[in-house]
Design a protein around this ligand. Structure first.
Ligand SMILES: Cc1cc2nc3c(=O)[nH]c(=O)nc-3n(C[C@H](O)[C@H](O)[C@H](O)COP(=O)(O)O)c2cc1C
Ligand code: SF4
Length: 418
């Protein structure tokens, strides 16, 4: 096992006081990136982001510069930027670290993105439970306005941009970008049918880009140091650093920043401090509860988008959940399905009914009332849901349970013979 070292770029101000204040943020190199970008054309910076190989940190890993490129070339309507700060998935708690400890980093990143995509206004959609973080953001936004880093004619460059903080009501589905847009419009948060995609028809029918907090927080570095320096970190296909949240049965749970592609096993050992009470690892969910589970002998992998797909799982949000040898996987499956059933918006029958049926059968298995056919019926239902829904929530629920059963089938069978 190789020793690994944290590379603190997005987390360098964790534990440092005063980062809501523009003077403190500037003293440590803040806003140099924005000043540099304002010297260039918006299109030049879009090209720079494409060259940087920055991929979205919200879960799907779509290349950020290319996504921005889908906006219409003509501008006959307002363009909007939305920062997705919903962060509702179990095992995921990384964006809040940026917002809480370095709010101006996110605000500078949004202003840079706002300039690059020619946005008129930015929104931070934050989950309702993060009230105190919303207040930190509000204060930092006000400080940035007073220093003319937000508002009209920013730094005399004829660029107007401002940011509004909106608190959600704590529904996981509102993290899905089209449901988020519905919710921002004051409607019930339910995913929209696509196409059209938000880059063409988004908030209030206008072109809209939705980016994750961590994605936007990478932009000041790219603006300041250039795409080539950003590319020196990470893998060939995905550059920069990544925030990994390690939780579960480890000695030192927390959020750690490593170059994209750091080895999962090493992270658990060296950052997470290994498993509590000298126990062995049984399983790891590498990217939030939607990501298919890995067995202990499958965790020697590079934590980047493509390597995780090769290992039949997902990097997702980078929320690593570690389970020790005493963990009951059927109980984990039940906790996971309870979450997905609770958070399904109910629009699609396969998701609404299918997940509930799986939940019901898992409950019966766990209470000793299971039938020997249940396991195969659950597996078949998981497959039926796959690809048959409007958004990936239904798929994710089915896939998570399917993998838990196929990899730990003996534990589910033991519930029947018991
Ligand atoms: C059910 C569901 C929940 C999601 N929750 C979040 C979230 O909390 N934060 C986030 O950034 N992306 C979330 N996403 C992904 C967003 O839809 C979107 O892809 C992302 O915000 C794009 O940002 P990025 O390109 O910077 O990654 C979720 C997706 C789904 C299907
Ligand atoms: S898959 Fe589920 S959560 Fe997604 S739109 Fe359909 S019912 Fe709603």
């Amino acid at each position: 096992m190789a020793m690994i070292e944290e590379k603190k770029i997005l987390t360098r101000h964790v534990g440092v006081n005063g980062m809501e204040k523009v003077e403190d943020y500037e003293r440590d190199g803040g806003y140099i990136g924005l000043k540099k970008v304002l010297e260039k054309s918006p299109q030049d910076f879009v090209e720079e982001v494409k060259k940087s190989f920055l991929r979205g940190r919200g879960g799907a890993g779509f290349p950020t510069g290319f996504k921005w490129g889908f906006l219409p070339k003509e501008k006959d309507r307002p363009f909007y930027l939305i920062c997705n700060a919903d962060e509702g998935e179990p095992g995921t708690f990384k964006d809040r670290v940026i917002m809480e400890h370095d709010p101006l980093l996110l605000i500078e990143g949004m202003t840079i993105a706002g300039y690059a995509i020619r946005a008129d206004l930015g929104f931070i959609y934050i989950r309702g439970e993060f009230k105190w973080i919303a207040e930190i953001l509000e204060r930092a936004i006000q400080n940035a306005r007073e220093a003319n880093y937000l508002g009209k004619n920013i730094l005399g460059k004829n660029f107007d941009f401002d940011i509004i903080v909106m608190r959600g009501a704590g529904a996981y589905i509102c993290g899905e970008e089209t449901a988020l847009i519905e919710s921002l419009e004051g409607k019930r948060g339910q995913p929209r049918v696509r196409p059209p995609f938000p880059a063409n028809v988004g908030l209030y029918g206008c072109p809209t880009i939705v980016n994750n907090v961590e994605t936007l927080a990478c932009l000041p570095f790219i603006a300041k140091q250039g795409a080539s320096t950003f590319k020196l970190m990470g893998t060939f296909q995905a550059s920069g650093t990544k925030l990994y949240g390690i939780s579960g049965h480890v000695n030192r749970p927390g959020v750690y920043e490593f170059p994209m592609g750091t080895n999962l096993k090493d992270m658990i050992q060296y950052a997470g401090g290994g498993v509590r009470n000298g126990k062995k690892i049984k399983a790891v969910i590498p990217g939030g509860v939607s990501a298919p589970i890995l067995k202990a002998d499958e965790i020697d992998i590079s934590m980047d988008f493509d390597s995780c797909i090769k290992a039949n799982t997902m990097l997702g949000s980078g929320g690593i959940i570690v389970m020790d040898e005493d963990t009951s996987i059927p109980e984990v499956a039940e906790a996971a399905i309870n979450f997905f059933v609770h958070e399904s918006c109910g629009q699609c029958v396969p998701c609404r009914e299918g997940l509930q049926k799986i939940q019901q059968m898992l409950r019966e298995l766990l209470t000793g009332n299971g039938n020997s056919e249940y396991i195969d019926q659950i597996l078949s239902l998981c497959k039926t849901i796959s690809g048959a829904t409007l958004c990936p929530l239904g798929d994710a629920g089915g896939m998570a349970i399917h993998t838990m059963i196929t990899k730990f089938r003996d534990e589910f069978e033991a519930l029947i013979s018991a």
